[in-house]
Design a protein around this ligand. Sequence first.
Ligand SMILES: [Ca+2]
Ligand SMILES: [Ca+2]
Length: 244
Amino acid sequence: MQLKSTSSINVLIVLSFVIMTVGLSSAADLSQWASGATASSEYSASGWSANKATGAPDTAKCGDVNTAWAPSSSGSDPEWLKLSFTTPVLATGIRVHETYNAGSIYQVDLVDTSGQSHTVWTGTDSTACPGWFEITFPKTEYAVNGVILHTKIAGWEEIDTVELIGDTDTTTVPSSTSGTSTGTASPTNVGVSPRQWASGATASSEYSASGWSANQAAGAPIPISAEISILPGLPAHQVRTQNG
Ligand SMILES: [Ca+2]
Ligand SMILES: [Ca+2]
């Protein structure tokens, strides 16, 4: 009896410690299932629709089951599935439940709250069927509320659901992400927005049509003193094209 009661106390202590540790370390972390979906194509508006890839997993086996998304064709053309999520997060990973013709994913993009997409993974998918395709990456510097999965495989690729993992504390995100989002999650991501000066201007009034006109507020700045050299040219920005 003495031994048993000591064991119970030990179990309680360990449990308390685990609960405290989990509670502290995951205070701002959230795992959420997709809440909405669209796709390059879907098998029907009901069974195998894009929306079948939302919510908690409900497809337990590998097979052609109508509780998962499938494209309209059984061919091997590229397809995409775009998921939306209710709560924006600084993303650290995603999980995808593949339930038929698994191993179809070749690219993953994250979509930030301004609608800009950021490629965070390209490669070969070796997920078993059924199985979880899982990737993690350094916490994004932009708030994510969407994921685009690019798929390509012979036969109907079917996806049961998609989970987004991240930090709900998005207060550190700059208020304007459109010009500062650099997408450091992946070396394949070159999503730096090009900078541009105003190209035209009008005003409530202007001093004259030449000097001090509204148009003087357009274009690159002019050095204000002879000691300031001409501003260096802006770096050439790569513009990522996205071909499905
Ligand atoms: Ca296919
Ligand atoms: Ca499902």
